[in-house]
Structures are given as structure tokens and as C-alpha cells.
Design a protein around this ligand. Sequence first.
Ligand code: NAD
Ligand code: MG
Length: 399
Amino acid sequence: MIGVAVLGATGTIGVNTLDVIRRHTGEYQIIALTAHSQYERLAKQCEEFNPDYAVLVSEEAADKLEKLLKQKGINTRVLHGADALEQVARLKEVDVVMAAIVGAAGLQSTLAAAQAGKRILLANKESLVMSGKLFMDQVRDNDATLLPIDSEHNAIFQCMSDDYAQGLDKIGVNKILLTGSGGPFRELPMAEFSKVTPEQAIAHPNWSMGKKISVDSATMMNKGLELIEACWLFATDLSKIKVVLHPQSIVHSMVEYVDGSILAQLGQPDMRTPIAHGLAWPRRIESGVSMLDLISMPDLQFAEPDMQRYPCLGLAREAMKTGGTATTILNAANEIAVQAFLDKKLNFTGIAKTVEFVLEQITARTADTIETVVSEDGHARIVAVDYIEKITMQAGAVH
Ligand code: NAD
Ligand code: MG
């Protein structure tokens, strides 16, 4: 049996992971499930999967979970607090850690999984964006296995020769073609961007996802974070990666080789495919995803992204060029701005403005320790909050 810890079990990726595992209960055993505070959903998951541990960050929610589990006669041990996330990621019974917490909150537990030499299924791209080199060093030094779950990176991984760690030039890769749908506002007149509501922004045309990544997809910051993620995962730089708009989300990304071949991975826009791939790699298992019907498929289109429409994509590119903690700052400012937008304290165009402002205010440093990364993340959050307060006050009424 393969022992699995699902960090962020109640989220979109967590729920999809459990759906794949449900189909293979003889092979995978859930050791730990974690969530922030959704104790009722976690209780249901404990009832079905009977893990050894359940973790909630909120102590109050953990107390409620404990009571619920007791009533149902389930003997899962309940822990609480952020440290407990790291604790379960390191358990010796755990072989695979699904890192599916959203945002910077996932950094320490994902790093703990790397330090403990686990197979990490990486959905939490923010942890890699925040601490790229440090994270990759921990993976290498502790013989951890890092498998990308982000659909694009999983597609690239599937299209890449096994020995890509030698360098992309050595294996004849000309370019990585990173596809993105362009989100729900690909054709919206730009003059209307400032009026866009959170409800419109989280209604992604092709994928069903958590709120934060849905807003990131609408601004294309998601593609910016993915550019950075791809640089670290495939040991390459921005010059080797081209972002391609592909509104149908059927081709999940491609690798172009020097001989003129382009390898692509196609499939339904359903995260259970990359999750099943990560769980079973190098084998293949059934994921519950229906087969693509090529005959009745819509035409596949590809286009250049319009950088005016998606300023966040340009900001991410610049931050990666600057290097060091610039990507930590980018990520932190974006998380604050997206939350402010979801709380209706900032308009949609304010997200890119906030990130740009914070990047201008803070001079990036070398990201040589995790303490530096964490303190830079905190600093950038304070600068972002101040900026949002200031522009909100200047604008008067907020919509
Ligand atoms: P989600 O919002 O649906 O779920 C987030 C999970 O993290 C929940 O279980 C929540 O309880 C937990 N969580 C939130 N804040 C926390 C905190 N402070 N401490 C501990 N746990 C916390 O998000 P999602 O869409 O499942 O995305 C999860 C991650 O996967 C993100 O990094 C996202 O970028 C990445 N990802 C998601 C998709 C997708 O299709 N949803 C695709 C690619 C990558
Ligand atoms: Mg993606």
C-alpha cells in the first residue's frame, strides 16, 4: 500500500485527488488529510477514508471535528495548527504528499515533504514561485521526487525526455510551449475591466477551480506564476518558454524539439488526469476522466497573448528576470490584491497595479535562506495592504 497525505484535502485539487484514490483503494491508503477550517467536509472525508490523522489549522474547527468524529466512532487523531501540517508531511508512513494548499500557506509543509524525501505531487505552485532555488535544492539534497500536477507542467513533463535534468539544450528541446486559455475576459473590451466583479472573474470557461487560482487565470497572473514554475521545474530560463493562448484548453502544453517535432499532451480539462499521472507515475491508472472525442472536438486555436490585456503576465516575467526575492514579492502582493478584489475592496485592474507598486517599492534580495523568503513575503504583504488602503481612500466609495 502507498501511504498518502493530502494537504488541502477539502479544496478542488484535494477533492479530485480523493476521487482518483477512491477508484484504487487497494493500492493507496490515506494517512493524513488536512484543511484550513472546513471541519464538516473533512469529517465526511475521514468517515470515508479513515486516515490516521486529520489536521485543521483553526483550533476551534479542530475541536468541532474531534467531537463529530467521536460521535461517529471514527478514531482518526485530530491535530491543529500550521506546525501539524509539516508534522504529517514528514510521517514515515507517508510515501506521497499531495501539496494542494492554496498560496504561501503551503510553503512550509511542502518544504517539509521535500526535506523528508517524499514523492511530492506539486499543485501548490506558489511555494515554488516564492522560494524556487531553495525548494529545488531541498528536493535534490533529500532525494525527494517532484512531480508537477499543474496541468501544463504535467503535460510538459509527459512530453519531455527522461533526462531533462541534464539541460534542455542537451536533449534537443528548442522551446517549451506553455498554453493558457486567456480566462473569462479574453474578448472583453479592456475599458470594461475596472467593472468586472469577483463572480464574473471566478467563472472560468473551461476549468472548475478554487477562487484564488480562478482570479489568477482571469488576470493571467496564473500563467505568469506558471512561467516561473516551469523555469524551476525544468531547469531552464524564460528564453526557452513561450506562452501560447489556446482558448479550448484541450492541449495542455507542448515541447518543441530542434528536429521540428512538437509533442503535445491532449485531454479533457479535468485535473484528475494529472493527479492520476502523479500518483501512479511511471505507471498509468484510471482517473475517472472521460476520453476526448477527437471527431466531435471543436477547432483548436492558438494565438499570441496580448500583453496590454494581461499586465500581470509581464510583471511575472520581469520578476523572474530580476531573480532573488522578486518572485516572492510578486506572489505575496498578488495574494493580498486577489483577496482584496474578492472582498470587493479593490477593482480588477487594481490587482496588477498593486503588484507593480509593491515590486517597485521593495528591492529584491538574494533568496538564500527560508527566513529571508518568509520575511520578504511578510514585508510585501504589508506594503500591498497599505497601498490598497491608500488607493481605496483616494477613490472614496468602493464598489
Ligand atoms: P481551493 O481554494 O479549492 O483549496 C485550498 C485548500 O487549501 C483547502 O483545502 C483549504 O482548506 C486549504 N487552505 C487554505 N488556506 C489554508 C491555510 N492558510 N493553511 C492551510 N490550509 C489552507 O484551491 P485549489 O483550486 O484546490 O488550489 C490548490 C492549489 O493547487 C493552488 O496552489 C492552485 O494554484 C493549485 N492548482 C489548482 C488547480 C485547480 O484546477 N484547482 C490547477 C492547478 C494548480
Ligand atoms: Mg495550470
